[in-house]
Design a protein around this ligand. Sequence first.
Ligand code: NAP
Length: 269
Amino acid sequence: MAQTVLITGASSGIGEAAARRFLGAGWNVAATMRRPERQPFGPAPSNLFVAAMDVTDEASVSSAVAAVEARFGAIDVLVNNAGYALLGPLEGLTMERLRRQVDTNLLGLVAVTQAVLPGMRARRSGTIVNIASIGGRMAFPFTAAYHATKFAVEGLSESMRFELKPHGIRVRIVEPGPIRTNFLGGSADWVEHPAYARELAGFRRMSEALKGTLPPPERVAAVILQAAGDRSDRLRYPAATGPYPLLHRLLPDAIWRRLVAFELARRSR
Ligand SMILES: NC(=O)c1ccc[n+]([C@@H]2O[C@H](COP(=O)([O-])OP(=O)(O)OC[C@H]3O[C@@H](n4cnc5c(N)ncnc54)[C@H](OP(=O)(O)O)[C@@H]3O)[C@@H](O)[C@H]2O)c1
């Protein structure tokens, strides 16, 4: 019998590519998104169910999970993908925007996980795939709020793994590098502060220049499918990371910091 995956934030980017990848592999796919009327898949095949879900709205989370369980019987894999980046200097963040970032990238992930766990525990089987980032393991400037949420997802996932193993539930963390999606475009929430205007302008120019050169989301989708099907105890799955994790691991901190500062200055010219 086909397995079922529920994906959050499946309207674009990595979530959309993952939905297509699972569909291609014969899975039942529950593609959840804030605005299902804008779903990108066209006429839905019978193994695709598009459901409305805003991960920051608990009522929408529980009704979407109930609808998916009613449609496909059970959820075998949850892919916690919904998220965006709050970018700019820490001093320019308002608490309201910071709360929205945490509500979406961290608390939203917890809410959806809590909603699927009773079904998985009852069947003593399931896999939770959390989409973190290389930005959950190392930090770059003007990304503090986003890093805070992704570092949190790393710690939360590592802890969950211990708790859920006795219940037969696996936890995976997929860690993409920079990927060509709406992430640095329409999805990003930029804040400013006059004291950082020059450096931030450089960072924005760098982000703009980078966009066209990045690998496509299909590269991450392939890793998500692999992580979902893997029967081992592996926790972390880097995906299209570029050289950053290796350099970060091997270089002494002082050299790493100079490298990041040099790259930022070079690319933002
Ligand atoms: N692209 C990268 O470079 C990169 C690198 C590492 C990690 N990631 C992670 O990958 C994940 C997907 O990002 P992406 O690159 O594919 O960007 P994207 O194309 O902007 O996709 C983000 C998705 O999240 C959804 N979303 C945002 N807030 C939501 C909410 N409150 N409830 C439900 N869905 C919500 C968006 O829905 P709407 O269409 O409604 O806005 C969209 O479907 C994120 O967790 C991101 O942090 C991305």
